[in-house]
Design a protein around this ligand. Sequence first.
Ligand code: ADP
Length: 502
Amino acid sequence: MNLADINKIISPTTAEFIGRRSHKMLIDGQWVAGSTGATLDVVNPASEEIIAKVPAGDAHDIDRAVKAAQRAFESVAWSKMRPAERQRLLLKLADLVEANAQAIAEIESLDNGKSAQVARAVDVALTVDFFRYMAGYATKIEGSTVDVSVPFVPNGEFVAYTRREPVGVVAAIVPWNFPLLVAAWKLGPALATGCTVVLKPAEQTPLSALFLGELILEAGYPAGVVNIVTGDGESAGAPLTRHPGVNKISFTGSTEVGKLIGKAAIDNMTRVTLELGGKSPVIVLDDCDPALAAAGAAQAIFFNHGQVCCAGSRLYVQRKMYDRVVADVADIAASMALGHGLDAATQMGPLVSREQMERVCHYIDLGRTQGAEVVTGGARAGERGFFVKPTVLAQVQQDARVAQEEIFGPVLVAMPYDDLDEVAARANDTPYGLGASIWSNNLSKVHRLIPKIKAGTVWVNCHSMLDPAVPFGGYKQSGFGREMGRAALDAYLETKSVFMSV
Ligand code: ADP
């Protein structure tokens, strides 16, 4: 599918947005070019065509955006806005996203490669739900009153209470796998609590954030409350993390970059939450239906082409069912239809970039070198577009690099195990701890396993289920802090204690 074919099937809104070709970024309520005039190409990963150019933002642009966000934070229009009005604005934004669901899904598909149908059903639907969920919190931010004793002032009388106050300017740095949704996870709590934001989308996938920027203005947010600076990690992301005007960084991305950001944050004592990589285990016990477990395991790894931080990339099957489950997963993988994300028949689109495709293929080769058997897949698919065949590797050793490192692609490593203590130890035996799933109907075994797993989320008989009300985040090198749920608000609020002698 080339641009001419695409234009025949996309909605008029998408056609108009994509047809602009050259985009600007949002600073202080205005759409502006970058200070240097340099641009970055945005590539459709299914066709390798350049579909847009966006400003290559740099430290100067970041400085303008942070200062705009600081002014907006102090402005009467935002700082004195009543909670009910912040709630109304976020609900309005959710309505606008919902009204533009098809266009956003198509833009996400063209930019990232994912299926537009899936983007609409998952990315956009979750974004709408999440904004609505967070909107409700704008009117439910509460401190507490505290009865105090103050032992060193025996005759004193005091009134003490706590206030929750917005932390200030938030730097939201997001990756390319769920560009809109992960931006929403940061914008939702920031806007509910009264923070202002500088959002930096990933250089590979900036378009849905820019489209969202238009909806943010349409919803009626005051200028500078949300600023969107496009650019790469080094030139735009790094200066944002070092800027002393930023009060909180919320980052989702690789553990490697997360560590750099954590270090930059400490220099300015900037609050920071990091949602990082994973190598999540899928643990199949031998009491369950092997066909159901295989379908679940396939979904766990192949959803979003394996480009999911909590993807179930390690499959542990109890020995007596191992061959059957691995064969079934391989059959599902081999039958998946690869294609353009706008084609309704597509079950798996391309990976996001040539770099990512090469990285994933390199890992598959590494697996082979370390003795893995390629049960299915194992190579690039076709010669145009960044497609990689869904791949299942067997005979993998626990300490092999493909079993330890995040591949971030459609590559599953399968390993047998014998007993539950063994599988718990092996499930925990990577640097990561984002998610895990257990497949069994034996309640006592499941309940014995759950506390042993060092991961931020444990799913049972499902994987990668997410809901705005349920906290999500990592143990160990998968990061710290939680997104979603009430827990997410804490990262955007300071606690001020008030002591009054009466
Ligand atoms: P991935 O490896 O999945 O591309 P990254 O962690 O490299 O993920 O990127 C996630 C986000 O972090 C992107 O928006 C990227 O531009 C940004 N980024 C990359 N390097 C840095 C950095 N040194 N400082 C701040 N942001 C960065």
